[in-house]
Design a protein around this ligand. Structure first.
Ligand code: HEC
Ligand code: HEC
Ligand code: HEC
Ligand code: HEC
Length: 464
């Protein structure tokens, strides 16, 4: 981002950067994988020259050594209310940046309370925030808080600390939040895990309130009114035709309609935005980040992470015995027989299946060098029970699959075949796989446009 623009830019992240859930209770193996990824994220952020990054309670799971090491490499952590067991600050409470002639104070606030979050103490954020504001308010033109507090606490900040200008939040739900102006400050959040970047452009003439354009703008109001009328008509029609009750929604819309039509009646052109001279204006956009848009150095880091994890898993897998009962259970070795057992009686379906992409799903991973990535395997193999697991120590069993299961085989859709194999005439497998089966893998994340009726024909085996 920075290199592509000549404008002064402040790059921040409000937290939940490393982990979205705490690693507490996770096995050592899972922790090691998570830490490999965390180190990679820190490296990538350094490449992108972040100015300040706050820490969430979940992030603290990375442990004292991790924060020590990354802080030593000048990673710009800020956390005003986190200390170690001796009451010492772990990373700086704030950071001060000079940008476009303005001095910007950035304060990190960590949500949650607790005496033992991976050996850290999360102190009361209110006390910490007061101290920071006292320290910074005279020195800074803009005060910005990076927060992993709850939405209610963020509102409390906006309500009570009028010296603040901007609150960037990163709550656990991690959705995009459009700018909310309340009292003197602006609250924004961009979607989680690097899928979105929020870009806030600020014009500042002096201290004071943010200017917020009326919404809808005077010019947009008549069109909005028409849209509401259409919506009301549809709701009333649907209410008549079905037995559903929309009366509350209709009442809400009607009162909004009333207010809007009054505003239209009262509007005079001289009220328009251009005649007001606000001290601070903003413009906000959320930009979706595509994997293909990542920079070459970031891609190298991602490759390194993949290689480290593959090496780790290969090593861990070497410790599993082929007759380990847990492995046999997880892979349903007794129930799932593998697709080559079906061939003798269902040659026509097998020939067809071989032409579908499911048959090549594991080769697809191999082409990407991802066959040791436990996160990919469940959806690209025939895996039985392990499918439902997200625990590395169980997913590790997937590295023991024979070639017959290194594919999305017959039994993924038709269910385990052992009983059917023993008595084909009396025990029929599932004939038509229901939508839930497809959606285990065709998730919104992986296949946003998946439609069961639409995709079924492409993979349905022919009749005998
Ligand atoms: C020994 C032969 C034999 C083997 C091996 C065999 N089947 Fe069958 N299968 C049959 C017979 C017989 C039927 C019932 C008659 C028919 O519809 O063809 C059947 C029916 C089916 C049906 C349709 C069920 C229905 O309700 O119409 C599916 C699906 C099926 N088999 C899948 C499999 C799968 C998957 C495997 C491998 C795990 C497999 N079969 C192995 C003989 C076999
Ligand atoms: C075990 C996970 C899994 C299940 C269950 C699954 N799929 Fe897939 N599906 C995949 C993967 C992975 C691919 C891509 C394979 C590749 O290209 O290597 C795929 C590809 C496809 C494709 C081809 C790509 C395309 O968009 O044309 C279709 C169609 C499809 N699946 C439909 C279905 C339907 C319908 C079901 C349920 C009856 C289903 N799948 C069940 C994982 C699964
Ligand atoms: C939740 C299930 C799921 C997981 C986990 C998953 N995939 Fe897939 N993958 C799919 C499905 C479903 C498709 C087919 C999508 C389609 O047809 O649009 C697919 C398709 C693909 C394709 C071919 C189509 C494309 O997008 O280019 C590749 C390559 C791929 N996956 C790689 C991976 C890798 C690498 C991982 C692990 C980092 C992974 N997948 C993890 C379900 C999954
Ligand atoms: C992605 C899911 C999927 C996979 C994988 C799959 N099938 Fe099917 N199969 C279907 C669907 C869908 C139908 C059609 C069911 C219907 O129309 O009632 C079907 C139908 C069948 C039938 C019944 C055909 C008939 O006589 O009408 C058999 C037998 C069968 N499959 C065997 C197999 C075998 C053997 C394999 C592996 C080589 C396999 N299937 C892989 C989804 C799948």
């Amino acid at each position: 981002m920075r290199a592509e623009t000549a404008q002064p830019l402040l790059v921040v992240d409000a937290g939940n950067l490393l982990f979205q859930t705490a690693l507490r209770g996770a096995g050592e193996d899972d922790k090691t994988t998570a830490l490999i990824i965390a180190h990679g994220i820190v490296r990538a952020y350094q490449g992108m020259a972040y100015d300040a990054v706050a820490i969430s309670a979940n992030d603290l799971s990375a442990g004292a050594a991790f924060f020590q090491q990354s802080a030593d490499q000048s990673f710009p952590w800020v956390a005003a209310n986190v200390s170690d067991q001796n009451g010492r600050a772990v990373v700086p409470a704030h950071s001060i940046k000079k940008i476009a002639g303005l001095t910007i104070g950035i304060i990190g606030l960590t949500g949650g309370t607790g005496n033992d979050v991976a050996g850290f103490i999360i102190d009361d954020w209110r006390t910490a925030l007061k101290t920071e504001i006292t320290l910074l308010e005279k020195r800074c033109d803009i005060l910005l808080v990076l927060s992993t507090l709850t939405p209610a606490e963020n509102n409390e900040i906006q309500q009570n600390y009028k010296q603040l200008d901007i609150v960037v939040s990163a709550d656990n739900k991690g959705a995009n939040i459009q700018p909310q102006v309340f009292q003197n400050s602006l609250l924004v959040q961009s979607g989680s895990r690097g899928k979105y970047i929020g870009r806030l452009d600020i014009t500042r003439h002096g201290p004071g309130n943010w200017y917020t354009a009326p919404s809808p703008s005077p010019a947009e109001r008549p069109a909005r009114l028409t849209a509401i009328d259409r919506q009301l008509g549809q709701l009333e029609k649907e209410q008549r035709e079905t037995n559903r009750d929309f009366s509350q929604k209709i009442a809400r819309l009607q009162s909004y309609r009333q207010r809007l039509s009054e505003q239209i009646g009262q509007y005079k052109p001289e009220d328009s935005a251009s005649t007001i001279a606000p001290s601070k204006r903003f413009q906000y956009a959320t930009l979706a980040v595509k994997p293909t848009s990542s920079r070459a150095d970031t891609q190298t880091i991602v490759q390194d992470i993949k290689k480290s994890i593959a090496a780790l898993n290969r090593y861990r897998h070497a410790g599993i015995q082929a007759d380990d009962p847990a492995l046999l259970y997880a892979l349903q070795k007794n129930e799932i027989v593998g697709g080559s057992a079906c061939l003798p009686c269902h040659a026509k379906q097998t020939e067809f299946w071989k032409t579908t992409k499911h048959a090549d799903a594991f080769s697809t991973l191999a082409e990407q060098g991802q066959t040791f990535n436990l996160q990919c395997l469940p959806c690209h193999v025939t895996a039985g029970r392990v499918m439902a697991s997200s625990v590395d120590s169980e997913l590790l069993f997937l590295l023991s699959l024979d070639t017959d299961r290194q594919t999305i085989g017959c039994e993924v859709c038709h269910g385990p075949g052992n009983n059917h194999l023993l008595s084909p005439e009396t025990t029929a497998p599932l004939r038509l796989p229901p939508e839930e089966i497809c959606r285990q893998c065709h998730t919104p994340d992986r296949d946003g446009t998946f439609s069961y009726p639409g995709k079924l024909a492409a993979i349905a085996c022919p009749a005998s």
